[in-house]
Structure formats: structure tokens, C-alpha cells
Design a protein around this ligand. Structure first.
Ligand SMILES: [Zn+2]
Length: 444
């Protein structure tokens, strides 16, 4: 027995060990639609790596990032360090893009109603982008007259259509009157909020839009209004947060009264638990780095006397919906989601670097701008500016929300920055300075 064990140990010791580690692709066989792929990872000191006979450049810390074009079908990559004749084979299959999207099919007006709550009314028949008009409750009466992709076209008035997912409506037979009517309106006011109420005969499709401090709300298919459309314009005050709800034919718009001299700040460390996020050259996981940054930010904000809560303070999975609900329940007014950036597999990791900040609602843009400015100043990363994007955690209108991508995980230059010892401190100081600049500007 001892002898067998000894032989086993010796055999194991003699097994050659790879002098490099590949962090991406994580699998040796991969299928994708894109026209390129990158390999990232690290190479041991005094070792080298060849991919398809091309010697790969490594940075001082051993990290590497190299991108390759993909031909349609199978693409083979051989990785070796040439010392022990071990060759790793990767097969990356480039798939043909799926068939072009379906054409518009038009049909005579049909009656139907929503079969679920929070059915998204969109301005285009796509389930992405900046096209959300409103969220419709169960049993909202709709009229549809077309279909494209997996969406049905909703008639709003003679100049305007919307789109809802075709599996979120069911046909309905309504008698005579298929349109609604405007009935009355009023305002409820108390110490914590002010609520505008508009009463209709039933749930109807509506849309909201915030622009230049004004909230525009339109309700459609209203027979006793011009062009069958009811308009309302409400002037909002900083921080311009609001919530809109249609229930039992009543549209209510609630404006919270917020003390912006000490707003509650929610810090959201992106990903967690079973969801690691992106992976860096040195096999760092985004979820761990986000959590470290979030903890540092909490400490910095607390030291400046802000009220702070975190959506997670350990390595655990939390759904996007739970992060949003937590923020709403705790009456958070400022929401900061911390992430690190990745790139699609066809892009060149060496050209993607720097920090960027995302917002969804127009009223969150000033916060995004001041955090972006202060963060890049503090970190010394490239300033990629602020961008508008439809991320679930920053979509709600109940709080001022931004999502910060502090740096790229796989860009060798950014790796040097986020591996430096005071990185998390610099992130926390930058973001906090940005929040303070924003608060000073709206508290003037
Ligand atoms: Zn992320």
C-alpha cells in the first residue's frame, strides 16, 4: 500500500505543470455569434506563452490579454509554453446570426386586456433599450392592431402606438364602450409626500416622461378628452423622484418630500454568491472587488456623517429585483451600484480601459456626472463619460440611481490601477466627493 502511494506521489510530482493560467475563455469549447474572441490570464515569471505559434506579450505583473478574429464555424487555438510539449487545444465555434426579425403584420383593431401586473408598455417592439413608456396593471383594457417580433402593437391615439409582449395580453369581448372616460382629480398631501390623483372609469394605457423639471403624464383611449388623450404636467422639485401607479382606474403620482441635507444612501455591490460577475486577468472575481469597494465607500460616507445602507455586505446572491425593493423599502434616495467593467469576447482588451458611469432617468444624470468626474480624478483612470442605459437597478423613478464601472477588469493598464494598494480608498473618496458635489448643487 505504502509503495503504491509512493509511486502515485512520485508520478504526480513528475507531471508537468502549466506555466500559465487562462482566465477566459473558461471552457475549452465555446460557441458564440460574435466575430472575435479574446484570451486573458497570467503567465508565470520567466515563462512564456504561445497561441497558434504567436508569442504573447505579457505585462510586468504577468497578465496578458490578446484578441483574435473568428471565422464562421470552428476555430482552433493551440496554447503552449513550449517547454514540456503540452499543448492546450481550444475550439471556439462562431455561429451564424439568427434569422432577421419578423416583419410587421397589421390587422383590424381587436380588443384585449393585460393578463399580468407590470406589463411593460414600450415605444418600439424590442425588449431592450430606452423604450419603456409605463408599467400597466393586470386587466388594463387595450386595443391592438398589429404584431412584430413577439410584440403586439397597442393603439394609443391616432398619432401614437405602443408595444407590449404578445404573451402578456389575452383577447377580451367588451360591450359597446371599449374606451374609458376621465372622471375627476385631486391632491392628497401629508408630511412625507404629495400625491396627485386622476380618476378614470377603468385601467387605461398611459405613459410618463420627465424633462426639464416637469413630469408629463398622458393617459390614452379617454373618450372625453381631445384626441382621446388626457394630459397632465406637474412641476417637480429636487431630487425629482416620483412614483406612478394605475390601480382601479386611478392614476396616482406620488412625490416624496425629501430632506436632501441628509438623504439616505444605498450602496449596492454588484453581483455576489453564485453570480461572480466578470473575471480578471489574475482570476480576480468582480463580485469580490465590488464588495471591497462598497465597504470602503460605506466607511468614507459614514465618516462624513451620511446615513448609509448596503444591499449586501457579504458574498451572497441577491436578485436585481430584491436590490430595487430593498432600496424602495428603506426609502433610499441616492443609490450607487458599484461594478467593474468587462468587454464582449470579440473586442480588444487592450483598447478598453477607464471608468464610466451610467444613469437611466434624466434626473439622475447630474449625480452621474459629478461622481464620474470626481472618481476619474481620484483614480487616474481614463474618463469614458456618463452614459444612459437600461439597467434594472437604476430604472426606478423612486430614487436617484447610478451604476459606476470603476475600471476594466481585463485591461492590463487598469489591472495595475485596481491592484494598487490604495485603490479602494481612492474609489470611496472619489464617489463620496461626487455625491457631495451633487448634493451641494441641489441644496443651493
Ligand atoms: Zn458587473
Amino acid at each position: 500500500m505504502k509503495r503504491i502511494l509512493l509511486i502515485l506521489i512520485c508520478t504526480f510530482c513528475l507531471l508537468p505543470v502549466n506555466a500559465y493560467e487562462v482566465a477566459f475563455p473558461q471552457k475549452k469549447a465555446l460557441s458564440l455569434v460574435s466575430n472575435g474572441i479574446f484570451f486573458v490570464g497570467k503567465v508565470d515569471k520567466h515563462e512564456s506563452l504561445w497561441i497558434n505559434e504567436q508569442k504573447i506579450q505579457t505585462k510586468k505583473n504577468g497578465s496578458f490579454a490578446e484578441s483574435f478574429k473568428l471565422n464562421p464555424g470552428d476555430n482552433t487555438f493551440y496554447l503552449t509554453n513550449k517547454k514540456n510539449n503540452i499543448v492546450d487545444k481550444y475550439t471556439i465555434t462562431r455561429l451564424a446570426p439568427s434569422e432577421a426579425s419578423a416583419n410587421l403584420v397589421e390587422f383590424p383593431m381587436q380588443e384585449c386586456k393585460t393578463s399580468d401586473n407590470d406589463v411593460i408598455l414600450r415605444s418600439t417592439p424590442e425588449n431592450f433599450g430606452m423604450n419603456r413608456m409605463s408599467y400597466l396593471p393586470l386587466n388594463t383594457d387595450l386595443r391592438i392592431n398589429g404584431m412584430k417580433n413577439d410584440f403586439v402593437r397597442v393603439y394609443l391615439n391616432k398619432n401614437l402606438s405602443g408595444w407590449v409582449a404578445s404573451d402578456s395580453v389575452i383577447p377580451e369581448q367588451r360591450e359597446n364602450k371599449i374606451l374609458g372616460e376621465y372622471k375627476s382629480e385631486g391632491i392628497n398631501s401629508d408630511s412625507i409626500s404629495e400625491t396627485y390623483k386622476f380618476k378614470f372609469t377603468k385601467n387605461l394605457p398611459y405613459s410618463t416622461k420627465f424633462e426639464d423639471n416637469l413630469l408629463y403624464t398622458d393617459v390614452y383611449n379617454v373618450t372625453n378628452c381631445p384626441n382621446e388623450t388626457f394630459h397632465s404636467v406637474i412641476e417637480l422639485k429636487p431630487p425629482y423622484c416620483y412614483s406612478v401607479k394605475m390601480k382601479d382606474g386611478e392614476l396616482s403620482i406620488k412625490l416624496p418630500r425629501v430632506d436632501m441635507s441628509s438623504p439616505k444612501i444605498i450602496i449596492d455591490a454588484g453581483h455576489g454568491g453564485k453570480e461572480p460577475g466578470a473575471v480578471g486577468c489574475m482570476s480576480d472575481l468582480e463580485k469580490d472587488l465590488n464588495l471591497k469597494a462598497a465597504k470602503a465607500l460605506k466607511k468614507e460616507l459614514k465618516s462624513r456623517d451620511y446615513k448609509v445602507l448596503m444591499t449586501r455586505n457579504s458574498d451572497k446572491y441577491i436578485s436585481l429585483k430584491d436590490r430595487v425593493n430593498f432600496t424602495k423599502d428603506k426609502k433610499g434616495i441616492i443609490f450607487i451600484s458599484l461594478h467593474m467593467n468587462s468587454i464582449p469576447e470579440y473586442a480588444d482588451p487592450n483598447t478598453h480601459k477607464g471608468s464610466e458611469t451610467y444613469y437611466y432617468n434624466e434626473f439622475s444624470k447630474p449625480l452621474a456626472k459629478s461622481v464620474q468626474l470626481a472618481l476619474t480624478k481620484s483614480l487616474g483612470t481614463r474618463d469614458n463619460g456618463v452614459k444612459q442605459a437600461s439597467f434594472a437597478v437604476i430604472r426606478p423613478t423612486e430614487y436617484v440611481g447610478i451604476l459606476v464601472e470603476t475600471a476594466f477588469l481585463i485591461n492590463p493598464e487598469d489591472v495595475e490601477i485596481y491592484k494598487s494598494k490604495d485603490y479602494f480608498k481612492k474609489v470611496s473618496k472619489g464617489v463620496t466627493n461626487g455625491i457631495e458635489t451633487y448634493l451641494n448643487s441641489i441644496n443651493q
